[in-house]
Design a binder for this molecule. Structure first.
Ligand code: NAD
Length: 256
Protein backbone atom coordinates (compact mmCIF):
# COMPACT_ATOMS: atom_id res chain seq x y z
CA UNK A 1 0.00 0.00 0.00
CA UNK A 2 1.29 3.42 -0.82
CA UNK A 3 0.82 6.32 1.57
CA UNK A 4 -1.39 9.15 0.29
CA UNK A 5 -0.01 12.62 -0.28
CA UNK A 6 -0.65 15.05 2.57
CA UNK A 7 -3.20 17.76 1.83
CA UNK A 8 -0.53 20.44 1.98
CA UNK A 9 2.64 19.46 0.18
CA UNK A 10 5.89 21.05 -0.96
CA UNK A 11 8.10 20.55 -3.99
CA UNK A 12 11.70 21.78 -3.88
CA UNK A 13 13.24 22.74 -7.21
CA UNK A 14 16.98 23.30 -7.58
CA UNK A 15 18.11 25.67 -10.34
CA UNK A 16 14.83 27.55 -10.60
CA UNK A 17 15.94 31.17 -10.38
CA UNK A 18 17.08 31.96 -13.93
CA UNK A 19 14.46 34.22 -15.55
CA UNK A 20 13.92 32.20 -18.78
CA UNK A 21 14.81 28.77 -17.41
CA UNK A 22 12.87 25.52 -17.12
CA UNK A 23 12.95 25.70 -13.31
CA UNK A 24 11.13 29.01 -12.89
CA UNK A 25 8.48 28.06 -15.45
CA UNK A 26 8.02 24.72 -13.70
CA UNK A 27 7.71 26.36 -10.28
CA UNK A 28 4.88 28.53 -11.61
CA UNK A 29 3.20 25.56 -13.30
CA UNK A 30 3.35 23.46 -10.13
CA UNK A 31 2.15 26.32 -7.92
CA UNK A 32 -0.89 26.63 -10.21
CA UNK A 33 -1.64 23.03 -9.27
CA UNK A 34 -1.48 23.84 -5.57
CA UNK A 35 2.08 22.79 -4.74
CA UNK A 36 3.93 24.91 -2.19
CA UNK A 37 7.33 25.81 -3.62
CA UNK A 38 10.90 25.73 -2.33
CA UNK A 39 13.59 27.19 -4.60
CA UNK A 40 17.30 26.47 -4.30
CA UNK A 41 19.69 28.37 -6.55
CA UNK A 42 23.19 29.85 -6.41
CA UNK A 43 22.02 33.33 -5.54
CA UNK A 44 19.90 33.51 -2.38
CA UNK A 45 18.31 36.83 -3.33
CA UNK A 46 17.32 35.59 -6.79
CA UNK A 47 15.82 32.41 -5.26
CA UNK A 48 13.88 34.48 -2.74
CA UNK A 49 12.63 36.82 -5.48
CA UNK A 50 11.22 33.94 -7.55
CA UNK A 51 9.63 32.48 -4.42
CA UNK A 52 8.00 35.83 -3.60
CA UNK A 53 6.66 36.18 -7.15
CA UNK A 54 5.16 32.67 -6.96
CA UNK A 55 3.55 33.18 -3.57
CA UNK A 56 2.00 36.42 -4.76
CA UNK A 57 0.70 35.10 -8.09
CA UNK A 58 -0.60 31.71 -6.98
CA UNK A 59 -1.46 32.10 -3.30
CA UNK A 60 0.72 29.20 -2.18
CA UNK A 61 3.56 29.18 0.33
CA UNK A 62 6.99 29.64 -1.22
CA UNK A 63 10.52 30.17 0.06
CA UNK A 64 13.97 30.44 -1.47
CA UNK A 65 17.45 29.45 -0.29
CA UNK A 66 20.91 30.00 -1.71
CA UNK A 67 23.22 27.03 -2.26
CA UNK A 68 25.79 25.75 -4.69
CA UNK A 69 24.47 22.22 -5.36
CA UNK A 70 28.08 21.02 -5.69
CA UNK A 71 28.60 21.79 -1.98
CA UNK A 72 26.89 19.21 0.21
CA UNK A 73 26.91 21.30 3.39
CA UNK A 74 25.25 24.22 1.58
CA UNK A 75 22.64 21.90 0.08
CA UNK A 76 21.77 20.39 3.45
CA UNK A 77 21.51 23.84 5.06
CA UNK A 78 19.19 25.01 2.26
CA UNK A 79 16.87 22.03 2.78
CA UNK A 80 16.88 22.62 6.53
CA UNK A 81 15.70 26.20 6.06
CA UNK A 82 13.09 25.32 3.42
CA UNK A 83 11.67 22.46 5.47
CA UNK A 84 11.36 24.75 8.49
CA UNK A 85 9.38 27.28 6.43
CA UNK A 86 7.15 25.06 4.27
CA UNK A 87 4.69 22.13 4.55
CA UNK A 88 5.78 18.48 4.16
CA UNK A 89 8.44 17.89 1.52
CA UNK A 90 6.85 15.50 -0.97
CA UNK A 91 8.83 16.15 -4.15
CA UNK A 92 12.26 17.20 -5.36
CA UNK A 93 13.10 18.29 -8.90
CA UNK A 94 16.80 18.47 -9.72
CA UNK A 95 17.19 21.11 -12.42
CA UNK A 96 20.38 22.92 -11.39
CA UNK A 97 22.92 22.39 -14.13
CA UNK A 98 25.50 23.95 -16.39
CA UNK A 99 26.36 23.44 -20.05
CA UNK A 100 29.85 22.62 -21.35
CA UNK A 101 30.62 23.12 -25.04
CA UNK A 102 34.32 22.20 -24.64
CA UNK A 103 35.52 19.56 -27.18
CA UNK A 104 36.78 16.39 -25.50
CA UNK A 105 40.40 16.91 -26.58
CA UNK A 106 40.38 20.30 -24.89
CA UNK A 107 38.72 19.30 -21.62
CA UNK A 108 40.86 20.10 -18.59
CA UNK A 109 40.49 18.30 -15.28
CA UNK A 110 39.14 21.55 -13.90
CA UNK A 111 36.32 21.65 -16.47
CA UNK A 112 35.61 17.94 -16.05
CA UNK A 113 35.32 18.29 -12.28
CA UNK A 114 33.28 21.52 -12.45
CA UNK A 115 30.61 19.94 -14.62
CA UNK A 116 30.57 16.59 -12.80
CA UNK A 117 30.39 18.33 -9.43
CA UNK A 118 27.34 20.38 -10.43
CA UNK A 119 25.47 18.11 -12.87
CA UNK A 120 26.10 14.75 -11.17
CA UNK A 121 27.24 15.24 -7.56
CA UNK A 122 24.72 18.06 -7.15
CA UNK A 123 21.88 15.70 -8.05
CA UNK A 124 23.20 13.20 -5.52
CA UNK A 125 23.54 15.74 -2.67
CA UNK A 126 20.05 17.17 -3.09
CA UNK A 127 18.47 13.76 -3.61
CA UNK A 128 20.23 12.24 -0.63
CA UNK A 129 19.04 15.00 1.70
CA UNK A 130 15.50 15.05 0.32
CA UNK A 131 14.92 11.30 0.38
CA UNK A 132 15.98 11.14 4.03
CA UNK A 133 12.84 13.17 4.76
CA UNK A 134 10.70 11.32 2.21
CA UNK A 135 11.63 7.88 3.55
CA UNK A 136 10.79 9.12 7.05
CA UNK A 137 7.34 10.13 5.79
CA UNK A 138 6.87 6.97 3.70
CA UNK A 139 6.11 8.95 0.53
CA UNK A 140 8.08 11.00 -1.99
CA UNK A 141 8.80 11.84 -5.63
CA UNK A 142 12.15 12.71 -7.20
CA UNK A 143 12.61 13.91 -10.78
CA UNK A 144 16.08 14.43 -12.25
CA UNK A 145 16.85 16.41 -15.41
CA UNK A 146 19.00 14.42 -17.81
CA UNK A 147 19.36 15.32 -21.49
CA UNK A 148 19.03 13.85 -24.96
CA UNK A 149 22.78 14.49 -25.04
CA UNK A 150 23.20 11.51 -22.69
CA UNK A 151 21.31 9.19 -25.03
CA UNK A 152 22.64 10.34 -28.38
CA UNK A 153 26.27 11.03 -27.43
CA UNK A 154 26.23 14.81 -27.37
CA UNK A 155 25.09 16.31 -30.65
CA UNK A 156 23.65 19.41 -29.00
CA UNK A 157 25.47 22.51 -27.68
CA UNK A 158 27.29 20.67 -24.87
CA UNK A 159 29.85 17.97 -25.41
CA UNK A 160 31.36 14.93 -23.67
CA UNK A 161 31.62 15.95 -20.02
CA UNK A 162 28.00 17.17 -20.01
CA UNK A 163 26.88 14.05 -21.84
CA UNK A 164 28.70 11.80 -19.36
CA UNK A 165 27.25 13.60 -16.34
CA UNK A 166 23.72 13.46 -17.76
CA UNK A 167 24.13 9.74 -18.55
CA UNK A 168 25.25 9.30 -14.94
CA UNK A 169 21.99 10.90 -13.85
CA UNK A 170 20.02 8.18 -15.66
CA UNK A 171 21.94 5.36 -13.96
CA UNK A 172 21.61 7.13 -10.62
CA UNK A 173 17.86 7.54 -11.15
CA UNK A 174 17.32 3.85 -11.86
CA UNK A 175 19.40 2.63 -8.95
CA UNK A 176 17.92 4.98 -6.34
CA UNK A 177 14.46 4.08 -7.67
CA UNK A 178 15.23 0.40 -7.07
CA UNK A 179 16.59 1.01 -3.56
CA UNK A 180 13.77 3.27 -2.36
CA UNK A 181 10.69 1.83 -4.05
CA UNK A 182 9.68 -0.14 -0.97
CA UNK A 183 9.94 3.01 1.12
CA UNK A 184 7.34 4.91 -0.89
CA UNK A 185 9.68 7.02 -3.01
CA UNK A 186 9.60 7.07 -6.81
CA UNK A 187 12.56 8.39 -8.80
CA UNK A 188 12.37 9.26 -12.50
CA UNK A 189 14.32 11.26 -15.06
CA UNK A 190 13.26 13.61 -17.82
CA UNK A 191 15.41 13.81 -20.90
CA UNK A 192 14.71 17.04 -22.78
CA UNK A 193 15.75 17.81 -26.31
CA UNK A 194 16.71 21.41 -27.06
CA UNK A 195 14.53 23.79 -25.02
CA UNK A 196 14.29 27.52 -25.59
CA UNK A 197 16.26 28.78 -22.55
CA UNK A 198 19.58 30.61 -22.19
CA UNK A 199 21.71 27.60 -21.12
CA UNK A 200 23.21 26.97 -24.58
CA UNK A 201 25.46 30.04 -24.61
CA UNK A 202 22.73 32.70 -24.41
CA UNK A 203 19.31 33.34 -25.89
CA UNK A 204 18.76 31.31 -29.07
CA UNK A 205 18.31 33.06 -32.42
CA UNK A 206 15.49 31.94 -34.74
CA UNK A 207 18.16 30.51 -37.03
CA UNK A 208 19.63 28.31 -34.29
CA UNK A 209 16.17 27.15 -33.22
CA UNK A 210 15.31 26.11 -36.76
CA UNK A 211 18.58 24.22 -37.12
CA UNK A 212 18.04 22.39 -33.82
CA UNK A 213 14.46 21.47 -34.72
CA UNK A 214 15.52 20.02 -38.08
CA UNK A 215 16.83 16.89 -36.36
CA UNK A 216 13.56 15.90 -34.68
CA UNK A 217 10.18 14.83 -36.03
CA UNK A 218 8.27 17.89 -34.79
CA UNK A 219 8.67 21.28 -36.45
CA UNK A 220 9.96 23.19 -33.39
CA UNK A 221 12.23 23.04 -30.37
CA UNK A 222 10.76 22.69 -26.87
CA UNK A 223 9.52 25.25 -24.38
CA UNK A 224 10.03 25.28 -20.61
CA UNK A 225 6.30 24.56 -20.33
CA UNK A 226 6.74 21.28 -22.25
CA UNK A 227 9.11 20.14 -19.49
CA UNK A 228 7.03 21.63 -16.67
CA UNK A 229 4.06 19.51 -17.74
CA UNK A 230 6.17 16.34 -17.67
CA UNK A 231 7.50 17.23 -14.23
CA UNK A 232 3.95 17.84 -12.98
CA UNK A 233 2.95 14.36 -14.06
CA UNK A 234 5.98 12.60 -12.59
CA UNK A 235 5.58 14.24 -9.18
CA UNK A 236 1.81 13.77 -9.08
CA UNK A 237 0.16 11.37 -6.68
CA UNK A 238 -1.28 9.48 -9.65
CA UNK A 239 2.16 8.67 -11.09
CA UNK A 240 2.90 6.33 -8.17
CA UNK A 241 3.32 3.21 -10.34
CA UNK A 242 6.00 4.83 -12.53
CA UNK A 243 9.60 4.64 -11.29
CA UNK A 244 13.13 4.30 -12.65
CA UNK A 245 11.98 5.69 -16.00
CA UNK A 246 13.39 8.29 -18.36
CA UNK A 247 10.70 10.33 -20.08
CA UNK A 248 11.98 11.79 -23.34
CA UNK A 249 10.47 15.21 -23.98
CA UNK A 250 12.42 15.96 -27.13
CA UNK A 251 10.15 16.27 -30.15
CA UNK A 252 11.07 12.76 -31.26
CA UNK A 253 14.83 13.30 -31.40
CA UNK A 254 15.56 10.02 -29.66
CA UNK A 255 13.07 7.20 -29.98
CA UNK A 256 13.53 4.42 -27.52
P1 NAD B 1 19.20 27.62 -17.00
O1 NAD B 1 20.61 28.02 -17.18
O2 NAD B 1 18.13 28.60 -17.30
O3 NAD B 1 18.95 27.05 -15.55
C1 NAD B 1 19.94 26.43 -14.77
C2 NAD B 1 19.78 26.92 -13.36
O4 NAD B 1 20.70 26.22 -12.53
C3 NAD B 1 20.05 28.42 -13.20
O5 NAD B 1 19.01 29.00 -12.42
C4 NAD B 1 21.39 28.45 -12.47
O6 NAD B 1 21.55 29.58 -11.64
C5 NAD B 1 21.31 27.16 -11.68
N1 NAD B 1 22.63 26.65 -11.29
C6 NAD B 1 23.72 26.51 -12.08
N2 NAD B 1 24.75 26.04 -11.36
C7 NAD B 1 24.29 25.88 -10.09
C8 NAD B 1 24.90 25.44 -8.89
N3 NAD B 1 26.18 25.04 -8.85
N4 NAD B 1 24.15 25.41 -7.76
C9 NAD B 1 22.84 25.81 -7.79
N5 NAD B 1 22.22 26.23 -8.91
C10 NAD B 1 22.94 26.27 -10.04
O7 NAD B 1 19.01 26.32 -17.92
P2 NAD B 1 17.73 25.38 -18.21
O8 NAD B 1 17.73 25.20 -19.69
O9 NAD B 1 16.53 25.82 -17.50
O10 NAD B 1 18.26 24.00 -17.58
C11 NAD B 1 17.65 23.31 -16.51
C12 NAD B 1 18.10 21.87 -16.53
O11 NAD B 1 17.63 21.24 -17.72
C13 NAD B 1 19.63 21.70 -16.54
O12 NAD B 1 19.98 20.60 -15.70
C14 NAD B 1 19.93 21.38 -17.98
O13 NAD B 1 21.12 20.65 -18.12
C15 NAD B 1 18.70 20.59 -18.36
N6 NAD B 1 18.49 20.53 -19.81
C16 NAD B 1 18.25 21.67 -20.53
C17 NAD B 1 18.07 21.58 -21.89
C18 NAD B 1 17.83 22.80 -22.74
O14 NAD B 1 17.88 22.68 -23.97
N7 NAD B 1 17.57 23.97 -22.19
C19 NAD B 1 18.13 20.35 -22.55
C20 NAD B 1 18.38 19.20 -21.77
C21 NAD B 1 18.55 19.31 -20.42
Amino acid sequence: MSIAFPESRTVVLTGAASPRGIGRASAHYLAEQGWNIGIIDLDADAAAAVAAEIAEQHGVLAAGAGANVADEAQVRAAFDSLEAALPQLVALVNLAGVSSPVPYLEVTNEEWNRVMNINMNGVHYATRRAVESMVGNGVGRVVNLSSVSAQRGGGTFSKTVYSAAKAGVIGFTRSVARELGHQGVTVNAISPGPIDTDIMGGTLTEERKTAMAADGVLPRIGTPRDIAAAIAYLISEDSGFVTGQTLNVDGGLYMH
